[in-house]
Each structure stands twice: as structure tokens, then as C-alpha cells.
Design a protein around this ligand. Structure first.
Ligand SMILES: Cc1ncc(COP(=O)(O)O)c(C=O)c1O
Length: 373
């Protein structure tokens, strides 16, 4: 069987030329796939490559999945119960909230609702790859306004690009993936004054210690905030995200949204998570504590320079050693998976997701061995 992303000949069927020419996205693989590739038992793999939550779902979410008795019935397409609970959680009316199969679905939905062929979007790399990956599929032109060396936004550059390209959307991420920096509110205010929609991806907000911008959405017609259960709530495998949208936008999103993307299992687990906040928030605190420890302890290695992070991961510049080789050695020697960036500007960088204390101990011990060899 061919692997996902492997080109095969479909003659005489002709697929879209732009898709035929497109490079496939390489997502992280499952624990089982990595275990097989590395020839190790699954339970010895330490997965620090995709900013997942090492503690997993809350006990109430696990119980809700075990008790699920509606798997044979289509779920509520509007996820009304979940949106009512989310309304309390984010402090915004439920009519502003749309849930989907991960925030990835909502990124795609935004592109489909706004973009006509040739329209531009602004992207500020290095950042989460889905914005620029999804955009061309909706026939959007991606105009990149790179972040500065310290990963802060080049607001002057964004303003210039907005005047030149008249983009419909700018995608911003705070804390930003891969470095974990925040966008200061005054910078956001400058960007909200532009004639475009600001899509603010707050996938890591729960780790940041700053308030979400979601409560500003009802009074800000050009602000969309995206959130997810993948990180703080440990539900990455179930695919639950949501967006907070201005009311002028929601009816149009509902028109084009696939009705049943949020599965009954995902819906039930998300609701049970919101009913178990003290447990999940305690895990968030453990993760933040471990991230702070990683920031301190990674700085001790002469070959690593960590960047300050307000998220659940630490990006490091690698010097005097090949970053891809470091990734490979950690995987081969200790079954530790980290993220390496084969991208301009980041090819000498790696990102470590904060694991449990034991997982981080194993990471630091292996790095010490590598440093000594
Ligand atoms: C910034 C950012 N947004 C969105 C996502 C994806 O979220 P979801 O799992 O809800 O699709 C990720 C996942 O890594 C991310 O880093």
C-alpha cells in the first residue's frame, strides 16, 4: 500500500494541477509508527516533538469516552451543549463559538469563506505551518512578512504588505509556535486597525499566563480567535478545536461547514474536560513548571541556546553540532523524539515539548551523554 503523500499515477484521471505540484505536509506520526521505525517498544518512546500533553485527558474525559452510548447516532452539528460550556469558559456568548475537528479545520474554513482566487493572506514565519500550507488549496496567495530575529512581529512590514497586497486575512499565533513568544496587546491593536481580518491562534493560551483576546471578539468586527483542546486538555487525538467569531461571520461559516466533523466522542470528551478544570489546570501548572526547568537546564549545554517561551515547549538554536543529527541521535539512543526544522532560518534549531519530570530527566541525561561524546 502506498504511504500518505506518496505520488502514484492516476491516468487517465487528471487531478488539479496545483495539487499535483504541491509538496505534501509531513505531520508527526503515531507512537506505534515511531516505535516500529526505531525498533523499540511503544512504552519506551518519549514523544516531545508535537507539543502534546504528556498527562493525557482528564479522568472525567476518559470516563465519558468509556460511557459513550451514542456512537450510532450523528452528533449535534452545532455542538450546542459544548458551545454553551465554552461560552462560560471563554466569557463570550455561545453564538460567537463554532467548534470543529481541531483548530486546523477552522483555519481551512476561514480560508474557504474569505478567499477568492488570487486573494492574498499574510503569514509571519517562523510560525505554525498550517496557515501557509492550507492557503494555496483555497487559491490564496501567501505573502510572508518574516518575524524579526527575536521572533517579534515586524508590524511596520505587515502594514506595508497590507497596503501593497490588500490581503483579506493575517494569521498570527500567540504564543507563537515554534518559539513561544507572545504578541503584546498594543501590537495587536495596531494590526486590528488595518483593513483585514486578524486571525489570532491561541492554541497555547492556557500555558501563557496572559488573558485570551476572545472576550474582545464581540466588539471587534475584524478579530477571530482560535483555540483548541489538543494541548492543555490532552485531547489531540480526538480533534477538538473551536473559534470565536464576530457575528457577521458566523452565518457564512455555518453555510460551508461540514456538519459532522466534531465526532460524538470528541464532543463528549471536550465537555467532560470542561467539567474537570481543576485537574487539567493542575497539569498545565506541572507542564509550565517543567518548561521553565527546561529553559534553565537546556541553557547549560554549550551547544544549545534556548529562547524564552510562554508555552509548553522550548525552541533552541544548536551550535557546533548538526541539529538534524542531534534529533536523530536522541531518537536512536534513547527513543526521544523532538522537532527539527528543515526550513530557512530554522535549520539549526530544534524544539523540545515539555514532558513529565521523568521524560525531561531522560532528555537532559541523554543530552549530557551526547555533549560528552
Ligand atoms: C499554533 C497551533 N495552532 C493549531 C494547532 C493545531 O491544533 P488542533 O490540534 O486543534 O488542530 C497547533 C498544533 O500544533 C498549533 O501549534
Amino acid at each position: 500500500m502506498s504511504q500518505p503523500g506518496t505520488a502514484t499515477t492516476l491516468s487517465p484521471v487528471r487531478i488539479r494541477a496545483d495539487i499535483a505540484a504541491m509538496e505534501a505536509y509531513t505531520p508527526t506520526a503515531s507512537l506505534e509508527v515511531f516505535a516500529e521505525q526505531l525498533g523499540r517498544p511503544v512504552e519506551t518512546i518519549i514523544k516531545l516533538d508535537a507539543n502534546e500533553n504528556p498527562y493525557g485527558p482528564s479522568p472525567k474525559a476518559r470516563q465519558a469516552l468509556a460511557d459513550l452510548d451514542v456512537a450510532h447516532i450523528y452528533p449535534d452539528p452545532a455542538a450546542r451543549k459544548l458551545c454553551a460550556m465554552l461560552s462560560n469558559y471563554v466569557g463570550v456568548g455561545a453564538e460567537h463559538i463554532i467548534a470543529g475537528a481541531g483548530s486546523d479545520e477552522l483555519i481551512d474554513l476561514l480560508l474557504r469563506v474569505f478567499i477568492e482566487p488570487g486573494d492574498a493572506i499574510l503569514n509571519c514565519p517562523p510560525t505554525f505551518g498550517m496557515y501557509s500550507f492550507d492557503a494555496p488549496q483555497s487559491h490564496a496567495r501567501v505573502v510572508n512578512v518574516p518575524r524579526r530575529a527575536d521572533f517579534s512581529l515586524d508590524v511596520d512590514g505587515i502594514e506595508r504588505a497590507a497596503a501593497e497586497h490588500r490581503p483579506k486575512l493575517v494569521f498570527l499565533c500567540s504564543p507563537n509556535n515554534p518559539d513561544g513568544s507572545l504578541i503584546p496587546p498594543e501590537m495587536l491593536d495596531r494590526l486590528l486597525a488595518l483593513p483585514l481580518v486578524v486571525v489570532l491562534d491561541e492554541a497555547y493560551n492556557e500555558f501563557s499566563g496572559v488573558d485570551s483576546m476572545a472576550p474582545r471578539v464581540p466588539d471587534t468586527p475584524n478579530l477571530v480567535v482560535l483555540r483548541t483542546f489538543s494541548k492543555w486538555a490532552g485531547l489531540a487525538g480526538l480533534r477538538v478545536g473551536y473559534g470565536i467569531f464576530p457575528l457577521a461571520l458566523t452565518p457564512h461559516l455555518w453555510k460551508i461547514k461540514q456538519p459532522y466533523y466534531l465526532s460524538a466522542a470528541a464532543d463528549a470528551a471536550a465537555r467532560a474536560s470542561l467539567d474537570d478544570l481543576p485537574f487539567l489546570q493542575a497539569n498545565v501548572q506541572h507542564i509550565v513548571h517543567e518548561r521553565e526547568r527546561l529553559e534553565r537546564e537546556l541553557a547549560v549545554f554549550p551547544f544549545l541556546t534556548p529562547y524564552p517561551s510562554r508555552s509548553n515547549f522550548v525552541l533552541c538554536r544548536v551550535t557546533g553540532m548538526d541539529a538534524a543529527e542531534l534529533r536523530d541521535t536522541l531518537a536512536k539512543e534513547a527513543g526521544i523524539l523532538i522537532r527539527y526544522y528543515n526550513k530557512p532560518g530554522l535549520s539549526d534549531h530544534v524544539r523540545f515539548s515539555a514532558g513529565t519530570p521523568d521524560q525531561n530527566d531522560a532528555l537532559l541525561a541523554t543530552l549530557r551523554r551526547i555533549g560528552e561524546s
